[in-house]
Design a protein around this ligand. Structure first.
Ligand SMILES: [Zn+2]
Length: 88
């Protein structure tokens, strides 16, 4: 007699029991083309990248690095001005 409890499992369930759950199909980032697990969007819903090609940083650290770069650029500019001044 076939009851609800002794029905054979569907083939994909038997597969999953033998081999583990199937691997999800790979998703490729439209920006970098890498096989990725997360996609990131901007406010407009446009894809900007994935967990592979997007990096993140502490905002305070980023601001400090930007300030340092700006300071170096300003120093280089002053050096160039001095050098130009010597040539004249
Ligand atoms: Zn990517």
């Amino acid at each position: 007699m076939v009851t609800l409890t002794n029905l054979p499992d569907a083939p994909w369930i038997r597969d999953a029991e033998l081999n583990g759950p199937p691997e999800p199909d790979p998703v490729y980032c439209p920006v970098c083309g890498e096989d990725c697990s997360e996609i990131y969007f901007d406010k407009g819903g446009n894809v900007v990248g994935c967990d592979y090609c997007i990096s993140r940083q502490d905002a305070g650290e980023w601001a400090a690095e930007e300030a340092e770069k700006a300071r170096e650029i300003e120093e280089d500019r002053k050096c160039d001005e001095r050098r130009l001044g010597d040539d004249w």
